[in-house]
Design a protein around this ligand. Structure first.
Ligand code: NAG
Ligand code: NAG
Ligand code: NAG
Ligand code: NAG
Ligand code: NAG
Length: 671
């Protein structure tokens, strides 16, 4: 008998591992199983453990959902507390009541697994768990034929996770007594609904047809609930984290989550949800994170997300949304991150994000549809995202990225585009004075305006890799004094402006995979910049005398790799440095005069040209009107020139002496 129960326990442990791995593929490493087994008071079909919450398998989904909180001392305390967990295998109907009554009464967490042979039905009533009133965490993993019958609220639960379990309300379930509808005191209307309002003429943007809003009366609702047995969590008053995945919970109604005033994290992934009913979540007004990812929501109307005034993260990834407009979202004043990836959104109507004026991160783009970026007359599609730091747009298709497309993104620090963008016009990123990282790789860019980067004052990383660039316009990087990383690999480049390597802070210049036409203009290329790539950032700490870290920060690391060396298409694909040294005998690097015209930085190209012409003109007539500074500069240039000429002569002599020798070696000495 003992050995049979041992066997069951081994089975449970194995099952748990497999299920966890398949259900949560994206989560971090397995928590260590340093757990005490509490055999004495544990039923034979269960495994009981006593351990810190964080070390138990249930901590995975709780942590995964709550890790949006930057620092939450209260939950840290909870995670370190030791709790008692039972993991039980459910098999036959009728057995459950005996099982639950045999569980230790002070149990704090319970995992129920139903493997279910084909056709086997299992129903668990919530009322049968009520004796375990110290339970804070409940997880039920079914097999699709498992049902949780909600006949009484579990008011003591803090965390609940249901997977592949059909949730239904019992006819006996007590309904809330109040009959106030959430629409009664909801006043927001999207700008276009305020038609005729003279004060806001800018808002009259009738792009979307009116959507009918149907809100049932309270009596109708109760009637319908009884018919459909739609679940309701009314009375689960301690609930903080609720996760319902793969439960076919396709229809949501506003009273399902009504009264969940403690609920902070709600995840409803993979339930086949097609529509968000008006006020679906307004009964949980303190929600901080909401995930509706991997459903089939095709249309978003602002009342669907109404009332979420504290929401910080919204995940709508992998749904069927085709377009977004100003009537898609209600005000979400605390929203920090919105993930809308993998929706077939083809365009974004103006004013869509006017309600997200505090949002920091926005992700868009899908394999299913190309996103067309454009400016709608005077409106920008990203208007009002004044605090956005990070914007990522995938599968963008737009022949020409024009000025005004990104209007309003004043605080953006990181912009990533992917897709098919043939040309980038002047001032395309104007106004993004905080932008540090611009990633335009894999965009099929053929044409880049020399003023494309105008107005970007803080750019540190520029990625133009894997495009179709045939040249880098002269002056493109003139105003970029903070550039550390420039990636141009995988283009059709043949030459580079000679001023390229004058970037004062340059650490990485990826130039490989281009058909370079090598000549002595490349003499100032530096292998320590081109044969290097940026590695993962590493933490550097200042430590106190005990070796404890006091002050830490992440710094970039750089890795040298000979494979990154740029190669000459006109010299059989040999390394640029080899060709310069051994075949072209170019001599010392060209000393370039210190870059002229600091005062023209930040001016558009036509203005620079104008100034240049004026200057030439002036120089011609009044050569002697030099300022003190300019005189010093020209002295310096002269000295450099002198040194350069001397060096060149020396080099020539050397070259003549060694050329006979090196000619013989050059074929065998390739890098
Ligand atoms: C669950 O409750 C229903 C009544 O709502 C009852 O008929 C059924 O026997 C209960 N099932 C279990 C397993 O307790
Ligand atoms: C966002 O807009 C609302 C309403 O227009 C306004 O009350 C709020 O101050 C704005 N927030 C920010 C950060 O601009
Ligand atoms: C972009 O969208 C189109 C459909 O419009 C699709 O065929 C293509 O595969 C998508 N591209 C990428 C890289 O996902
Ligand atoms: C990219 O866009 C151009 C038009 O702007 C189109 O002709 C071309 O077929 C597109 N390429 C791909 C791969 O979608
Ligand atoms: C871009 O380059 C790829 C190969 O690098 C080529 O197949 C493609 O036709 C080019 N597209 C354009 C528009 O030049």
């Amino acid at each position: 008998m003992l050995s049979v129960s041992r066997l069951i326990k081994v089975l449970i442990v194995l099952l748990l591992c497999c299920q966890l791995q398949s259900a949560l593929p994206q989560l971090d490493q397995q928590p260590e199983a340093t757990v005490e087994l509490d055999v004495l008071s544990c039923p034979s079909s269960c495994v009981c453990q006593y351990a810190a919450f964080n070390e138990l398998p249930i901590a995975r989904w709780v942590n995964h959902m709550t890790n949006t909180d930057a620092s939450d001392d209260a939950s840290d305390f909870l995670l370190a507390t030791h709790i008692k967990l039972a993991t039980c295998l459910l098999q036959e109907e009728g057995e459950t009541q005996t099982l639950f009554s045999a569980l230790p009464i002070d149990l704090q967490a319970l995992i129920l697994l139903h493997t279910g042979s084909p056709g086997s039905q299992l129903t668990v009533n919530t009322s049968s768990l009520r004796a375990l009133n110290q339970l804070s965490t409940l997880e039920i993993r079914g097999s699709g034929t498992t049902t949780l019958n909600i006949d009484e609220p579990l008011e003591f639960l803090q965390h609940a996770n249901f997977e592949q379990v059909r949730l239904q309300a019992s006819e006996r379930l007590q309904r809330p007594q109040h009959s106030k509808l959430p629409s009664d005191n909801y006043e927001y209307k999207p700008p276009s609904d305020m038609a005729g309002n003279e004060a806001t003429p800018k808002y009259q943007l009738k792009f979307e047809p009116e959507a009918a809003v149907e809100i049932m009366s309270y009596a109708q609702y109760v009637e319908r609930l009884k018919q459909t047995r739609m679940p309701s969590f009314w009375g689960w008053s301690q609930l903080e984290v609720l996760r319902i995945h793969n439960c076919q919970l396709s229809e949501l109604h506003w009273q399902m989550f009504d009264g969940l005033t403690q609920l902070h994290h709600l995840s409803l992934e993979r339930n086949g949800i097609e529509e968000l009913q008006p006020f679906a979540f307004s009964g949980a007004p303190h929600l901080k994170s909401l995930s509706l990812a991997h459903n089939t929501v095709a249309r978003l109307y602002y009342l669907g997300l109404a009332g979420l005034l504290e929401l910080e993260t919204l995940n709508l990834a992998d749904n069927h949304l085709e377009r977004l407009s100003e009537s898609s979202f209600p005000p979400l004043p605390r929203l920090l991150k919105a993930d809308l990836r993998e929706n077939p959104i083809m365009y974004i109507l103006p004013a869509t994000f006017w309600v997200m004026n505090d949002t920091r991160e926005l992700l868009l783009g899908s394999k299913l549809a190309a996103l067309e970026l454009r400016s709608w007359n005077s409106y920008g599609q990203f208007d009002s995202l004044h605090k956005l730091r990070k914007l990522s747009l995938g599968n963008v298709t737009t022949a020409s990225l024009e000025q005004g497309v990104f209007k309003g993104l004043y605080a953006l620090e990181q912009l990533t585009l992917r897709g098919n963008i043939s040309s980038v016009q002047f001032d395309a990123f104007a106004g993004m004075e905080q932008l540090r990282e611009l990633d335009l790789s894999h965009c099929g860019i053929v044409e880049l305006s020399m003023d494309a980067l105008l107005g970007l004052k803080c750019l540190e990383q520029l990625n133009l890799a894997h495009n179709n660039l045939t040249h880098v316009p002269n002056g493109l990087l003139d105003d970029q004094l903070r550039l550390e990383v420039v990636q141009l690999q995988g283009n059709q480049l043949r030459t580079l402006p000679t001023s390229f390597f004058q970037q004062p802070r340059l650490r990485v210049a990826r130039l490989d995979q281009n058909p370079w036409q090598c000549d002595c203009d490349m003499s100032n290329w530096l292998p320590r910049l081109t044969n290097v790539m940026r590695g993962p950032s590493v933490e550097r700490c200042v430590r106190d005398i005990n070796g404890e870290p006091m002050l830490c920060r992440h710094v970039a690391s750089y890795e040298t790799d000979k494979k990154l060396v740029p190669r000459c298409a006109n010299y059989n694909g040999r390394s640029v440095y080899y060709v310069l040294r051994r075949q072209l005998h170019c001599g010392a690097p060209l000393m370039l005069a210190p870059s002229r015209g600091h005062s023209t930085r930040g001016l558009p190209h036509w203005r620079k040209l104008e100034l240049h012409q004026q200057q030439q003109h002036k120089l011609g007539s009044k050569k002697k009107q030099h300022s003190h500074k300019k005189q010093r500069k020209s002295h310096l240039a002269q000295r450099n020139n002198l040194e350069h000429i001397l060096k060149e002569q020396q080099q020539k002599q050397q070259n003549e002496a060694t050329s006979a020798q090196s000619d013989g070696q050059k074929m065998s000495n390739e890098i």
